[in-house]
Write a protein that binds this ligand. Structure first.
Ligand SMILES: *[C@@H]1O[C@H](CO)[C@@H](O)[C@H](O)[C@H]1NC(C)=O
Ligand SMILES: *[C@@H]1O[C@H](CO)[C@@H](O)[C@H](O)[C@H]1NC(C)=O
Ligand SMILES: *[C@@H]1O[C@H](CO)[C@@H](O)[C@H](O)[C@H]1NC(C)=O
Ligand SMILES: *[C@@H]1O[C@H](CO)[C@@H](O)[C@H](O)[C@H]1NC(C)=O
Ligand SMILES: *[C@@H]1O[C@H](CO)[C@@H](O)[C@H](O)[C@H]1NC(C)=O
Ligand SMILES: *[C@@H]1O[C@H](CO)[C@@H](O)[C@H](O)[C@H]1NC(C)=O
Ligand SMILES: CC(=O)N[C@H]1CO[C@H](CO)[C@@H](O)[C@@H]1O
Length: 683
């Protein structure tokens, strides 16, 4: 036959596929062209039907003549009846375990009348084959009086077996177990050739009309269940015409397994990887076995393949608390997350005890609560920030808005108190580790006072003068906002004048007076003409290291007044400085600041604390003394030189101009400043 190029091409394409199919078939233990089934029975190498399909001694035949296919040994294993002999029929084959099952006839003797009987003796001959009758078989006899005789011929041996006998009774006494009328004997012996016959225990079977037969059989252990009915009539004979299962073992070869390191014998059967040799259960001989956790046919190349244990949980347990993972040659079964123990033993238990879990739960709860509290705090900060006008101030230059956290850090948790303001303590703070600042509480801001508060902050932050304590920043995240001012080292003029005993030079006093006046004048002229300090007093004039005065607490009295509309402004100011005009008309103007400043000048000249009484005697006495040229009597004892005295007299004249009862007649701050400056220059 010639092949066309096209069919050649087809063949070329098909060749790998064909090879693949062949290889796949071989892996399953089949050989190409060899039948792999007979009826329901699978046939795997070394078993095989037909030339080239089997290993020596494992040839089997499939006989289809009776309709259903039946599998037989070839001529190697024979069963013999009285005068027939035929190959033993196979029921199943297990290549992996080296076992097979065949059908063996039952030996029996049955009486046909009082004297005559017929019998069938069975022998099975397994000579010269890899097979043997397994020790897994037992000898069973059934009958009114049955004496089975089992002969082994290799070596020759008569087994004295059991005796089955029974007095006749009605009812079923056996009921599945081999008792009266049945006996069982376990040979526990592997054999290659046996003969089994059975006889009556008496010369004749008198019971033959109802109990005609005695039976003997070699049968797979625990297959036969005895019922008393089996003794009667031909019941058992009729039940077992096909035979009973007989267990067989086989070995792949006659020799023992090769010792470790020794070369395998010729024609070695264990050709699969992942397999090993095992000594056969009957000696001599060996069988092939897949390694543990491998399955398949060890007698063919690549026959033993890894088992996916996870798909066979009945055989390879892995508890539900674990994760099954297959691997080559075994499987892992680690406990799931949060569990510990042995998944294979089904002992995965929770890592954490209920107590530990409760603790963890409690800890989580605490964390949640803490977070909630923090969130609440944050919202509160935000609320205060908004309420105090934070969003508006964000756009204002010259002022920084600090968080309460920053402030807390700056003041080292409000550690150092440097004074007392209108609204509470004044704290020392530190900016950038070096620059000191004073941090003051202000007033509680509400929706009504919010606008004024913001306006004041904006005005104050716009005030930039060497004689005005500068507002640097604020913190609004609090119930009561805090303001941050430049820190002035010597404290207030009040402190210097009245709390220290140190001599204060007249020159210094004059410079303080001039500077303070300059600061106030700047204030009065800046932004709006109506701006006034509202609370000019020595306690609100701060002094730095070189006695440069800085006006502070500007605007706070105004806030106070607005914060409480029922109160008039001066109630909150210092009464010792009160402007008599206000007492009469209830009106305050910039000239009220001038009057207050006049009082401050008296304090500077005399170092006597301004005190309030209904007659306003503090100012009145001074004014009278001035008019009578008696100011010297008021001046403190530190002043001794005539020159100094004259200077103070000149200052007191300026004070007089400030203290005029009629505001119209008072100097304004600019004039006060220049008058004081003139004194300084005329020195
Ligand atoms: C098949 O079995 C029948 C009897 O059941 C027998 O006559 C025949 O010889 C057998 N065939 C083979 C090939 O053994
Ligand atoms: C029993 O049967 C045999 C053969 O069937 C016969 O020869 C014999 O006479 C019989 N005996 C009796 C007592 O019937
Ligand atoms: C045998 O077993 C059947 C049910 O299996 C029971 O009804 C009967 O009583 C049993 N007979 C004897 C003798 O134990
Ligand atoms: C045996 O057969 C007889 C009659 O042939 C019948 O009466 C009896 O019930 C049978 N016994 C059993 C156990 O089948
Ligand atoms: C098989 O049996 C032989 C001799 O009885 C012994 O030397 C050998 O160790 C055995 N091998 C195995 C795998 O049991
Ligand atoms: C051994 O088993 C593994 C896993 O099933 C398989 O991949 C490999 O081919 C086998 N080795 C042989 C030589 O059969
Ligand atoms: C019910 C039944 O099949 N009985 C048979 C049992 O076997 C004997 C002898 O082989 C026959 O005679 C019966 O008919």
């Amino acid at each position: 036959m010639t092949t066309t190029p096209s069919s050649q091409l087809h063949f070329q394409l098909l060749l790998p596929l064909i090879l693949l199919v062949i290889l796949a078939a071989m892996a399953e233990g089949r050989r190409p062209g060899c039948p792999d089934k007979c009826g329901d029975i699978s046939i795997h190498f070394p078993f095989g039907i037909g030339t080239g399909c089997f290993r020596d001694g494992f040839e089997v035949l499939c006989n289809h003549s009776s309709g259903t296919p039946r599998l037989f040994f070839s001529n190697n294993i024979i069963r013999k009846g009285n005068d027939d002999s035929s190959p033993l029929e196979l029921l199943s084959i297990s290549v992996e375990t080296g076992k097979a099952r065949a059908l063996a006839p039952v030996s029996h003797r049955c009486s046909t009348n009082d004297t005559a009987s017929s019998s069938m003796d069975v022998s099975i001959v397994v000579g010269g084959t890899p097979f043997a009758l397994s020790a897994r078989n037992v000898l069973i006899a059934v009958g009114w009086s049955a004496v089975p005789r089992l002969y082994y011929f290799d070596p020759s041996e008569l087994q004295f077996s059991c005796l089955a006998y029974n007095i006749v009774f009605s009812g079923d006494r056996g009921n599945g177990t081999c008792t009266e009328g049945c006996c069982e004997f376990a040979p526990a012996r592997v054999a290659r050739v046996l003969q089994l016959d059975v006889d009556f225990g008496y010369a004749a079977n008198a019971m033959w009309p109802i109990l005609p037969c005695a039976y003997g059989m070699l049968v797979e252990k625990s297959w036969y269940k005895y019922y008393t009915a089996d003794m009667y009539n031909y019941t058992l004979l009729n039940r077992t015409t096909m035979g009973v299962p007989l267990a067989l073992d086989f070995a792949a070869g006659e020799a023992a397994c090769p010792a470790k390191g020794q070369p395998p014998p010729p024609d070695y059967a264990c050709v699969s990887g992942n397999s090993s040799c095992a000594n056969a259960t009957f000696t001599p001989g060996y069988i092939c076995k897949c390694w543990d956790h491998y399955a398949g046919n060890p007698y063919v190349p690549d026959g033993c393949q890894d088992i996916d244990e996870c798909k066979r949980p009945q055989v390879y347990p892995c508890s539900s608390g674990a994760v099954c993972r297959n691997r080559l040659g075994g499987y892992d079964c680690p406990c799931k997350f949060g569990l510990k123990g042995d998944g294979k033993a089904g002992t995965c238990t929770h890592i954490f005890s209920p107590a530990a879990k409760a603790t963890v739960g409690l800890a989580a709860l605490v964390v949640v609560i803490v977070l909630m509290v923090l969130a609440h705090q944050l919202l509160k900060l935000r609320k205060f920030y908004k309420q105090n006008g934070g969003p508006i101030l964000e756009g204002v230059k010259n002022i920084r808005i600090y968080t309460s956290k920053q402030l807390k850090k700056m003041t080292n948790n409000y550690k150092v108190v440097i004074g007392e303001g209108h609204f509470g303590k004044v704290y020392m703070g530190t900016l950038k580790d070096t620059q000191h600042v004073a941090i003051k509480k202000t007033i509680k801001v509400n929706e009504a006072s919010k606008k004024d508060f913001i306006a004041e902050i904006i005005i104050q932050s716009g005030m930039r003068h060497k004689n005005i304590a500068r507002l640097l920043g604020c913190c609004l995240e609090m119930d009561v906002p805090m303001l941050m001012y430049e820190y002035v080292v010597k404290g207030s003029l009040y402190d210097v004048l009245f709390k220290s005993k140190d001599n204060i030079l007249v020159d210094t006093r004059l410079r303080i007076a001039i500077g303070s006046a300059e600061g106030l004048a700047y204030m009065h002229s800046a932004v709006e003409s109506t701006i006034r300090h509202g609370d000019v007093k020595s306690a609100n004039i701060l002094l730095d290291a070189s006695f440069t005065p800085k006006i502070s607490d500007f605007g706070t009295s105004k806030l106070l007044a607005r914060g409480n509309s029922m109160q008039t402004e001066w109630v909150t100011g210092d009464k010792a400085y009160i402007d008599p005009t206000y007492m009469v008309h209830g009106i305050v103007t910039q000239k009220s600041d001038v009057y207050n400043f006049g009082i401050v000048l008296i304090e500077i000249i005399t170092r006597r604390v301004a005190i309030y009484d209904d007659n306003m005697s503090y100012a009145k006495n001074f004014v009278l003394a001035c008019q009578d040229q008696r100011v010297r009597n008021f001046v403190d004892n530190d002043i001794t030189s005539e020159n100094d005295m004259e200077i103070l007299e000149m200052v007191s004249k300026v004070a007089l101009e400030c203290l005029k009862l009629n505001p119209e007649e008072r100097l304004d701050m600019t004039q006060v400043e220049s008058r004081l400056r003139n004194i300084g220059q005329s020195e």
